[in-house]
Design a binder for this molecule. Structure first.
Ligand SMILES: [Cu+2]
Length: 230
């Protein structure tokens, strides 16, 4: 079965980095966070004015896949343009669980964390990775929010509940596909014509991430075969 989420998109030049989360004395901090920070550039054009095409791809793996999604995303050579950012994502916390526990956001999108516990339980949200921050402690019925303005991987945590965690991948633009663990193809539509790097991000990092040059032409789908190897 093929499940792809796809969206329109544009721009960004990117680079990859590795970030290590450092434990702080007396506070619950994960020992290690691998992160891929995606640097982005700004380009002076608006997606809504651009002629658009798409990307259709197949995925092959040299070994067994993890039961976790992969994100295929594009970064535009020469930089980002302006695009519409999706509405805020609401994340609930009842039962001391982030719901959803995983989501792909678009750079500039806001996540709102709602403490919807039935009992008097306080929560905290702090996050590590491409963006770091702490939204404080808040009681039942309250919410906090944050606008994620840097692309890359972010892990979510609660300083009160040590087993409470979640993950966001902040895509640099709407040009991405969320590929579920049983899918072997993807499609990204609504992409402004131009030259791009196609890249992968894995929730469970079993394979080398790929980076491929592709050109998107108006009213066409570029086709690409992505091979993931260890
Ligand atoms: Cu909590």
């Amino acid at each position: 079965m093929t499940k792809t989420l796809f969206f329109a998109l544009v721009a960004v030049a990117a680079s990859a980095g590795v970030f290590l989360g450092r434990p702080a004395a007396g506070q619950h901090r994960p020992v290690l966070v691998y992160d891929r920070v995606i640097a982005t550039q700004v380009a002076d054009f608006d997606w809504k004015d651009a002629k658009k095409g798409g990307v259709s791809g197949s995925l092959k793996f040299s070994a067994r896949r993890a039961a976790a999604p992969i994100v295929v995303y594009l970064t535009r050579d020469g930089g980002d343009g302006k695009f519409a950012v999706p509405d805020a994502l609401e994340v609930r916390q009842e039962g001391a669980r982030f719901a959803p526990g995983f989501a792909v956001l678009v750079k500039g999108q806001t996540a709102r964390f709602l403490n919807d516990e039935k009992k008097d339980i306080a929560h905290n949200v702090y996050f590590l990775g491409a963006t770091e921050g702490d939204l404080g402690i808040f009681d039942r019925g309250q919410s906090v929010q944050h606008e994620f303005t840097a692309a890359g991987e972010v892990s979510l945590h609660c300083s009160i509940h040590k087993n409470m965690d979640g993950k966001f991948f902040i895509a640099p633009s709407p040009a991405f596909a969320l590929v579920e663990s049983d899918a072997e193809s993807f499609r990204i539509s609504g992409v402004p014509a131009g030259k791009y790097k196609l890249r992968t991000w894995q929730r469970q990092k079993r394979f080398k991430d790929v980076e491929l040059d592709i050109t998107v032409e108006a009213d066409k789908d570029a086709t690409v075969a992505v091979e993931m190897t260890r």
